[in-house]
Design a protein around this ligand. Structure first.
Ligand code: HEM
Length: 431
């Protein structure tokens, strides 16, 4: 009864009592299999992924508020959409966006206060949304319009979280029409997106952004994506892409603030590879230390901390039997902190990825349904963390741990506090 409202502490208790793989009663659909074993997660997400669909938590509940986009659909429909959308997220295609992301990163770093406590999570959310707007729409969107879209996605997510936490009250919410507010906001967001689509269609040569790519893309039979589908896909990209990146940025900076020795290593690498000048897309591939730090941040704080599936047919993995129709909850947060999968799992140690002692990391999922925005997210994280560290001499924190709320993502509550300093007068690269 308690786990939907306090997932992290509840799953910790379950593991202590039942081990790393067990059955959990999850309501009308009966018993779900929960696991934090890396071999089971890998089997379900990658090796035998054909036997698993998205669970109804995503394909029905989340889709009710966010629509039928890549994240929430399955089968042939998903395959067709993924084929169309994936090329837009390739490294080559994203190379065009490096300068736009860098510009936003610099504005963010410049606006951050120095030598006083700042709740960095309050700043990474608008930053990630702003970057998403640039990536999707170039600059054709006002702050107010952006706010309307962000608010609509947020309301949809809140309703989703409520339905997930208190399914029995779902009927009451329907009766009292609390969902109407979320639907009204979605309508406003849809109108803004329709205007964006029209503007892009009228001036196709002006844009190289993701929306233009989606508008120009054609299915195998030469047909284009219908507007309603285009809108669902854009809303899903905003939902899946902006909060996850904002959380990772804030949590990784928290870890760096606790480990000054890794700040120094990242600063040195950045100075050597990029320095003060513009960023070449190719140079982002020459940042092994920063990349390992981000991977370690994602290991300790994976924003998509639970991934769920439903089995199509019977299956067996590592001695565990799975029934057709059974729900499966993969506890990514638990797996990333379990000593069966990692040495000293609670320790922040990016060198485990640097010297390839491990490559295990499920923060972006795995297999064919692995995050389509992986390269974009990594690029955003590299540029924002790199620029922030390059413009400061130290980032400090007295916060020893982070608190999270129960939501679709691992949302920090009470803030992610730190203090940025650049009291070194010899620092040349003011941004
Ligand atoms: C640190 C940032 C991010 C993390 C940790 C993350 C995590 C994930 C995970 C775990 C999945 C797989 C879910 C599953 O298998 O059920 C996923 C899928 C997805 N992500 Fe991300 N994501 C991030 C950033 C982004 C960005 C920037 C975008 C796009 C702008 C994006 C768009 C998507 C989409 C559309 C899917 C569904 C893909 C499919 O099913 O084909 N994500 N993400």
């Amino acid at each position: 009864m308690r786990y939907p409202t306090t997932p992290l502490p509840s799953f910790k208790i379950f593991r202590e009592k039942c081990g790393d793989t067990y059955q959990l009663f999850t309501g009308p659909k009966g018993w779900s299999l929960v696991s934090e074993r890396a071999d089971i997660i890998d089997h379900i997400l990658r090796i035998n992924n054909k036997n698993y669909n998205k669970s109804p938590i995503v394909s029905e509940l989340l889709a009710r508020y966010i629509g039928q986009g890549l994240l929430t659909i399955d089968g042939e429909f998903w395959r067709k959409q993924r084929k169309l959308i994936q090329p837009g997220f390739s490294r080559e295609r994203l190379a065009n966006l490096v300068n736009s992301i860098d510009e936003e990163a610099k504005n963010w770093v410049n606006a951050l206060p120095r030598n006083e406590a700042v709740n960095i999570y309050d700043t990474t959310l608008p930053l990630a949304m702003q970057i998403m707007a640039k990536v999707l729409f170039t600059d054709k969107i006002s702050a107010e319009q952006l706010h309307t879209i962000a608010y609509s996605v947020e309301l949809g997510q809140l309703q989703f979280a409520k339905d997930l936490r208190q399914p029995l009250l779902s009927f009451w919410r329907k009766l009292t029409n609390t969902r109407a507010a979320a639907h009204a906001e979605t309508k406003k967001a849809v109108d803004i997106l329709l205007t964006q689509i029209q503007h892009h269609r009228d001036h196709p040569k002006k844009y190289t952004d993701l929306l233009q790519m989606l508008i120009d893309a054609r299915y195998a039979d030469g047909s284009k994506m219908p507007d309603a589908q285009l809108i669902d896909e854009v809303l899903v990209l905003i939902l899946a892409g902006h909060e996850t990146t904002a959380i990772t940025l804030a949590c990784t900076l928290h870890l760096l603030a606790q480990h000054p020795e890794w700040q120094t290593k990242v600063r040195e690498e950045w100075q050597q590879v990029i320095g003060d000048g513009p960023i070449e897309a190719g140079s982002l591939r020459q940042l092994p230390v920063l990349t390992a730090v981000i991977n370690e941040g994602l290991r300790l704080y994976p924003p998509a901390y639970l991934v769920s599936r439903i089995a199509i047919g019977d299956d067996e993995v590592g001695g565990v039997k799975i029934r057709a129709g059974q729900m499966i909850i993969l506890n990514i947060y638990g797996a990333h902190r379990n000593e069966i999968n990692f040495d000293t799992p609670a320790t922040f140690d990016p060198s485990r990825y640097l010297d390839r002692r491990t490559t295990t990391n499920f923060a972006f999922g795995a297999g064919s349904r692995m995050c389509v925005g992986y390269h974009l997210a990594m690029m955003e994280l590299q540029i924002t963390i790199g620029r922030l560290l390059a413009a400061t001499t130290s980032v400090k924190t007295q916060q020893t741990s982070l608190e999270f709320s129960a939501s679709a993502t691992l949302r920090p509550v009470g803030g992610v506090w730190m203090r940025l300093q650049n009291d070194d007068k010899t620092l040349k690269h003011s941004l």
